[in-house]
Design a protein around this ligand. Sequence first.
Ligand code: NDP
Ligand code: 8X3
Length: 250
Amino acid sequence: MKTALITGATSGIGKSTAYIFAKHGINLILCGRRQERLEELQTELCETVKVHTLCFDVRNKDHVFKSIDELPQEFSSIDILINNAGNAHGLDPIQTGNLDDWDAMLDINVKGLLYVSKAIIPKMISQKSGHIINIGSIAGKEVYANGNVYCASKHAVDAINKGMQIDLNKHGIRVGAIHPGLVETEFSNVRFKGDDNRADTVYNGFDPLRPDDIADIIAFVVTRPYHVNIADLVVLPTAQANSTIINKSL
Ligand code: NDP
Ligand code: 8X3
């Protein structure tokens, strides 16, 4: 049986991925900052697969490395890493952007992803196998108004994904990115700092992606035969043409 470590497993895409992986019989290491949610998931999913939880903020590199280094023996061999933890913080023109928001996005979406990857990649190299999926975004392919730093963080994920593909190629480790468009999760509630009405308007008037749509695709990607690596995938709701064109009449 394979073991997957999923960051950002307490909500949205990461949480759906945990459920779908459990259905595929993949043992789980579930990560996030909200301990209560991790415990709820563990209680539910441990009826199907083995589940271990790690409560850390991906910004805390010491905690990230210690938690992963000290995994119990039965979870220490990680076959699949889903680098999913991340969020947008704010939606402001560059000239009025909030410095704390910028720090959060770069520290979580970019540096946090790097810390978790650095803690796991040497294990994959010594195993001579592994599969890393980086969750980017359409915001990593295009820049939209007021998206500046979030888009920069996701462009960085796109670049890191390509860098990993090159550097890990000779080690037989599969690396790929999935870049979703609009998925209805807690993403906009976080972006708008708990303004749920504003968050709802993002997904009104069209049929957005649901977290299960992306989780299904992640499960498809990790269940391909070893010689198949899905390297880069943009997934949009049918109503979305790109970052800015959304057919709200559907
Ligand atoms: P959610 O807000 O629903 O989930 C975000 C997850 O990330 C939560 O589990 C959260 O857990 C975790 N997380 C956030 N900050 C930290 C942190 N500092 N340390 C550890 N974990 C953290 O959003 P989504 O499911 O939508 O987002 C998942 C990924 O998908 C993100 O990388 C996002 O950028 C990307 N994405 C989302 C899209 C969308 O439209 N929703 C579209 C394209 C990409 P906790 O709070 O418990 O720490
Ligand atoms: C999330 C999608 O368009 O809000 O990455 O940036 S978007």
